[in-house]
Unconditional design. Structure first.
Length: 229
């Protein structure tokens, strides 16, 4: 099924690693998948969304159970979101690294959590460069961890560099500049300028901190939620 999705991704000028990540998340590569909400096929497209896409691209008759059609519609829809939101889907792709190690994180009291250590050396997830900046996709996701934990932790509980993204002009949608994290050296790769930047979070509280990450329904972004255990 990857070949079918890649062909559709190429037609919309979408990076294949992002297409693969979404395929894995949405249906696991099962063209017969149907969600409880009624989303259909490889890219889990809702009937109303499919109807809108068909009208846009001038298709009068279609079958969302057909893998090629589903992939075509799904990549067209993603192209629209990329054009509108920029980097957000790359954070979504990053979540699939290291078997989902970034989706559910618990930081014990007094412990320090490292973003780079959690990612390790991810296989099949090549999102180091976004907007011409090495590590842009990882930066997007890491910044949302900081954003979620700001209300719970003091400023000195966070350690990261922000000049990489901040000075390179990447706009992280709905993220304050002070929360814009620089992530380099993912998978042992030296980052821009030879740096090895990381996000480290120190739990100053006497209870475990839990970070849970989910994608929004239309696949355009991730939401990070932080709470005390």
């Amino acid at each position: 099924m990857e070949a079918i999705v890649f062909a559709a991704a190429d037609a919309e000028q979408i990076d294949r690693s992002l297409a693969r990540a979404l395929l894995t998340q949405e249906s696991g590569g099962d063209p017969s998948a149907v969600s409880s909400a009624g989303a259909v096929g490889l890219m889990q497209i809702m009937p109303a969304t499919a109807a809108g896409i068909a009208q846009e691209i001038g298709v009068a008759s279609y079958d969302m159970r057909d893998p090629a059609t589903n992939a075509r519609f799904g990549m067209h829809y993603l192209r629209q979101k990329l054009d509108r939101y920029g980097n957000l889907p790359w954070a979504l792709a990053a979540l699939n690294a290291s078997e989902g190690a970034l989706r559910d994180v618990t930081i014990a009291p007094g412990a320090t959590w490292s973003f780079n250590a959690a990612v390790g050396n991810p296989a099949g997830v090549e999102i180091r460069t976004v907007g011409g900046v090495p590590g842009g996709g990882w930066c997007d996701l890491a910044s949302r961890y900081v954003q979620a934990l700001r209300p719970l932790l003091p400023t000195d509980a966070f350690r990261f560099a922000r000049h990489h993204v901040f000075l390179s002009g990447i706009a992280l949608y709905d993220v304050a500049n002070d929360d814009a994290v620089s992530i380099w050296n993912i998978g042992g790769q030296a980052g821009s300028g030879g740096g090895a930047q990381d996000l480290e979070i120190f739990n100053t509280l006497d209870r475990p901190l839990r970070l849970q990450v989910a994608s929004v329904a239309d696949g355009t972004s991730v939401v990070v939620r932080a709470h005390l255990e």
